[in-house]
Write a protein that binds this ligand. Structure first.
Ligand code: LLP
Length: 423
């Protein structure tokens, strides 16, 4: 396989010598022919490579990689990572259900989020998950209440808001004082002391997560340093913790950018954990699946409104909302590249909103109706954020390994759209 157009992205998407775009050894045109469009295409090998890379970076210290399944919650993807040794970072009862259904052992599941309901806490305690991250004093009380009711003990980590600027998009920054996440660092020690006094709560970890798509990792090191100081303080007060959970946030390549990889900070973070005698937990989402997936879509029409050229494809903001929501950039590659000069186009979907776009003013090779294009680096926060807006059935998902393609989620039908509704 030669991979010219997308070589810089280090994705599993490359070109056969005849020029057609492939995922691993499968021609994307073949996937479109069999499974239709729009379809999410994931590479099993790429997901495993990303997992192994992170695992290797921390090989010297005890660690558990809890996949932040909010990034891509397909059961087949979860099962694949679970077989590799991953646990899961969950944020809802629904994610708990999915993780268990996919065979992720409960003792590798951590439960994050600012608004866990009592019912969700109950479900997680019944499953005997590894630990909850606590984001407020009220939540600590709720967990004590439910655990007491069930006659069990809840293992907890306090999520520290370290007030560190992660230097990323404001919507995915979580570690600043003004954000809703975590417990302000000056309140953390007191909350541990309170937790240690509760009969049905066992403090066992400390956690932070400062944001997502962190192209520079210095802020993570700063946050881990702050959290480590707190962990040492907590230990001096006689509360023995076991886990240092550093959250997620590792970045992937969306265009020519070259984010720092986990190797850049692994030694620093591993040293902190070792010095405290703590095992590491990490919660990568995007890093494991982002570059491994693409959204395959077909051109319906092209048109020119004055000087503006539009390419209208059969995927839309309901399938992949990242460009609309974060103005995020996704590389877009035609499956077959037509000869001719590049044209500057807007690539848009059929949804009735001006915000329904995948690219603005993008130079693209000529595109015509029926052509296929792949929207790259869409494996993370793609299908999971899809909706049925405009009564559009959600896309299919396929998992490729080598030359094989497996449909891992069928395209929704019109009947799926009205399930549960009454006339
Ligand atoms: N742990 C916690 C507590 C989180 O809140 C998140 C992501 C992660 C781990 C995983 O972060 P990652 O490794 O994927 O950066 N929809 C947005 C991203 C939202 C991230 C929310 N929290 C996007 O499409 O960019």
């Amino acid at each position: 396989m030669t991979d010219t157009l997308v070589a810089s992205l280090h994705t599993p998407f490359g070109r056969f010598t005849d020029g057609s775009l492939a995922c691993e050894d499968v021609d994307l045109a073949e996937i479109a022919r069999i499974h239709g469009t729009p379809t999410y295409v994931y590479s099993a090998t790429a997901i495993e490579h990303a997992y192994d890379r992170l695992d290797r970076a921390y090989a010297g210290v005890p660690h558990l990689i809890c996949y932040a399944m909010k990034a891509c919650a397909n059961l087949a993807v979860l099962a694949l990572l679970g077989r590799r040794g991953a646990g899961a970072d969950i944020v809802s009862g629904g994610e708990l259900f999915r993780a268990l259904r996919a065979g992720i052992p409960a003792d590798r599941i951590v439960f994050a989020g600012v608004g866990k309901t009592r019912e969700e806490i109950r479900q997680a305690l019944a499953a005997e998950i590894l630990m909850f991250t606590i984001e407020s004093p009220q939540e600590l009380d709720a967990i004590q209440f439910v655990a007491a009711e069930m006659g069990t003990t809840a293992r907890i980590a306090i999520r520290v808001n370290p007030d560190v600027d992660p230097q990323t998009h404001p919507y995915i920054s979580t570690g600043l004082k003004k954000s809703k996440f975590g417990v302000p660092h000056e309140q953390v020690v007191n909350l541990y002391l309170r937790a240690a006094d509760l009969p049905n709560v066992e403090p066992c970890g400390i956690q932070c997560h400062i944001g997502s798509q962190l192209v520079h990792l210095d802020p993570i090191c700063d946050a881990v340093d702050r959290v480590s100081e707190l962990a040492a303080d907590v230990a001096r007060r006689g509360i023995g913790l076991r886990y240092l959970d550093i959250g997620g946030g590792l970045a992937i390549r969306y265009r020519g950018d070259d984010p720092e990889g986990p190797e850049a900070v692994a030694a620093h973070i591993a040293n902190r954990a070792s010095a405290l005698g703590l095992s590491l937990i990490m919660e990568p989402g995007r890093f494991l699946v982002g570059n491994a997936g693409a959204l395959l879509t077909r051109v319906i029409y092209t048109k020119a409104n004055g000087a503006r050229k539009f390419v209208i494809v059969d995927a839309a903001m309901n399938d992949l909302i990242r460009p609309s929501l974060y103005d995020s950039f996704h590389e877009i590659a035609p499956v077959q590249v037509r000869r001719g000069a590049n044209e500057t186009v807007d690539l848009v979907g059929p949804v009735c909103e001006s915000g329904d776009f995948f690219a603005h003013d993008r130079p693209m090779p000529p595109l015509e109706p029926q052509d296929l294009v792949a929207i790259l680096s869409a494996g993370a926060y793609g299908h999971v954020m899809a909706s049925n807006y405009n009564a559009r059935p959600r896309a299919a998902e396929v998992l490729v390994r080598g030359g094989e393609v497996r449909l891992v989620r069928a395209r929704e039908t019109y009947e799926d759209l009205v399930r549960g509704e009454v006339l």
